[in-house]
Write a protein that binds this ligand. Structure first.
Ligand code: SF4
Ligand code: SF4
Length: 146
């Protein structure tokens, strides 16, 4: 008989402890998100694929020096540019990044003396098609202005 009441008391005690923990957690800040409806804020040091940095007028800061292309150990970058009549500097006409081969080593960003490329905070890429990871960075820059 004593054991019977003892078990009931132990059960009640364990219920109180459990409810106490639930109650405490209930008022703590949320650490989960309603993914994919909400997006995660990535930390400052996070490396997504690289992107072009625009100047104040929205044009790429890139001067088509080719250093990033040369520095990439995986040959991910293909750039081209042209020098318009009367202009002193080259204008970027194409910047293609093959992200299927990129190891996010950072050599391209480090080699750019013009601060023209940076890592994105992109973490949400998903596709079964390789072509979807061949990024036209100039086109992306244009689209980001809209
Ligand atoms: S992060 Fe490294 S592998 Fe990726 S494009 Fe830049 S240099 Fe190439
Ligand atoms: S190193 Fe910088 S400036 Fe030179 S081509 Fe690459 S992104 Fe452009």
């Amino acid at each position: 008989m004593l054991r019977y009441f003892n078990d009931i008391l132990m059960g009640l005690w364990s219920l109180i402890i459990g409810m106490g923990i639930t109650f405490r957690e209930f008022f703590k800040p949320k650490v989960t998100l309603l993914y994919p409806h909400q997006s995660v804020k990535m930390p400052a040091r996070y490396r997504g694929h690289v992107e072009l940095i625009p100047d104040d007028e929205g044009q790429p800061l890139c001067v088509v020096c080719g250093m990033c292309e040369k520095a990439c150990p995986s040959n991910c970058i293909s750039i081209s540019g042209e020098k318009p009549e009367g202009s002193k500097r080259k204008v970027l006409t194409s910047y293609i990044l093959d992200f299927t081969k990129c190891s996010l080593c950072g050599s391209c960003v480090d080699s750019c003396n013009f601060g023209a490329i940076r890592y994105t905070k992109e973490y949400n890429l998903a596709s079964t098609r390789k072509e979807d990871y061949h990024f036209d960075l100039l086109k992306r820059l244009e689209e980001s202005k809209k």
